[in-house]
Write a protein that binds this ligand. Structure first.
Ligand SMILES: [Mg+2]
Length: 224
């Protein structure tokens, strides 16, 4: 079946956003006078929990702190505001090869979609910072974390993206940077190209269709 659409993960795949997320979490803890600081090693562990609220809840439980749901929501909202400000200032440029691939895909008439566990506001800020005013027209379909019941590694975000595109998995290809994302794409029946990121280089990508250091080495004519 001919390729009709590309579906992208956001964090780590389009841009190395995780360091910006980490900085925003730490600034939020300071704002709320919480004596917490997530360093790179700890954040690498916490990234196994997808979704910002879930990550906060998991961390608090792990250190025996009680966070009620209202406070989790406040922390998450503040963190997203800080994250947006950092991203809007150009804190997370697109990874090598991403812009070229988007351009080539558009030239070939392929449709573009996003399937992410991050929230819609984060997606919009990142796209506008890096793609300018055309960002909203670039992607036909954007499925964000708040729109599906189960986050990755469940296939929900990809299944919704496929449904919204009106295409079968066999006509699409997914791009991911993590084992969680790879599992989600595979569970939706997709071919998955993986470009490992800072936090995911050690993960198992043996079931990926292709693993590359970055998308500058990917060609749409590759037979995968
Ligand atoms: Mg990712």
């Amino acid at each position: 079946m001919p390729l009709r659409a590309l579906i992208f993960d956001v964090d780590g795949t389009l841009a190395e956003t995780e360091e910006v997320h980490r900085a925003a979490f730490n600034a939020t803890f300071q704002d709320f006078s919480l004596p917490w600081h997530w360093d790179i090693a700890l954040y690498g562990q916490l990234l196994k929990i997808t979704g910002g609220k879930e990550r906060l809840r998991h961390y608090a439980q792990g250190i025996g702190a009680h966070l009620d749901e209202a406070l989790i929501a406040q922390l998450h909202a503040r963190k997203n505001t800080l994250y947006g400000a950092l991203i809007a200032r150009g804190g997370a440029p697109l990874r090598s090869g991403v812009m070229d691939l988007i351009s080539r895909a558009q030239q070939q008439g392929l449709r573009l979609a996003i399937a992410t566990t991050t929230s819609r506001v984060n997606v919009d800020v990142l796209l506008r910072a890096n793609l300018g005013a055309d960002a909203d027209r670039c992607f036909d379909v954007i499925v964000a974390g708040d729109e599906v019941a189960r986050k990755k590694p469940a296939p929900d975000a990809y299944l919704k993206a496929l449904a919204d595109l009106g295409l079968p998995a066999a006509a699409c290809m997914a791009f991911e940077d993590s084992a969680n994302g790879l599992a989600a794409g595979l569970a939706a029946g997709l071919r998955v190209v993986v470009t490992p990121g800072i936090y995911t280089q050690h993960e198992d990508f043996s079931k990926a269709a292709l693993v590359l250091p970055d998308l500058s080495q990917f060609s749409l004519s590759m037979d995968i």
